[in-house]
Design a protein. Structure first.
Length: 197
């Protein structure tokens, strides 16, 4: 299966124009002042395009998040702040690029709340939600469409260390490519589009 052709059919752009991003944060709610701690962007082959720790402007500690992502206050002491990353990140998350993520809305909320980007990208692909469309029984936590990256990666035979933005972005890139080559997914999307016509 030509996954670049599938990507073009589904999104209007090819794999060469895809960027995959992931974040680590102080918590789950940017609207309640949670902040970025790390941001990574890779291409569709998982090659690093951008990777940086981020120094929060308001938080001095984040013990619960630190237990998950391992990022301590000392690690981000001399890292750039979110506003210092705006130019470089917005060049990747711009018109013409397909922006891919896992639970992408979560990452984009942080980029928007921290004003790293000024508006949501026009072309997006959420691997979590697309995977859950065709593998609903593997989606857990009682929330329709919610599934862990670890579970999707395991399904496609992708090994990685979770809760590291660069590792998660690379795993998401692998899951993205695997999903585009997943015949059950492609058939389901084509059938849905046929019903919508």
């Amino acid at each position: 299966m030509d996954i670049d052709a599938v990507c073009r059919s589904l999104t209007g752009v090819g794999l060469v124009d895809a960027v995959i991003l992931d974040t680590e944060t102080t918590g789950l709610h940017p609207e309640w002042d949670d902040e970025l701690l790390s941001l990574a962007i890779v291409d569709s082959d998982g090659r690093r395009l951008f990777n940086s720790l981020v120094r929060p402007r308001h938080h001095e500690a984040w013990p619960q998040a630190q237990r998950v992502n391992g990022i301590s206050p000392a690690m981000v002491w001399d890292a750039p702040t979110a506003d210092e990353l705006s130019d470089v990140v917005s060049s990747f998350v711009s018109d013409g690029h397909l922006v891919v993520g896992f639970n992408l809305i979560f990452d984009l909320k942080f980029l928007l709340c921290e004003e790293i980007i000024s508006q949501p990208p026009q072309i997006t692909f959420d691997v979590m939600r697309e995977y859950a469309r065709v593998h609903p029984r593997r989606s857990g936590r009682g929330s329709r469409g919610w599934v862990r990256l670890e579970d999707v990666a395991h399904h496609y035979g992708i090994a990685f260390s979770p809760h590291n933005a660069l590792e998660d972005a690379r795993a998401t890139a692998g899951c993205f490519r695997a999903l585009l080559g997943d015949e059950s997914y492609v058939r389901a999307v084509q059938a849905q589009r046929g019903r919508e016509r």
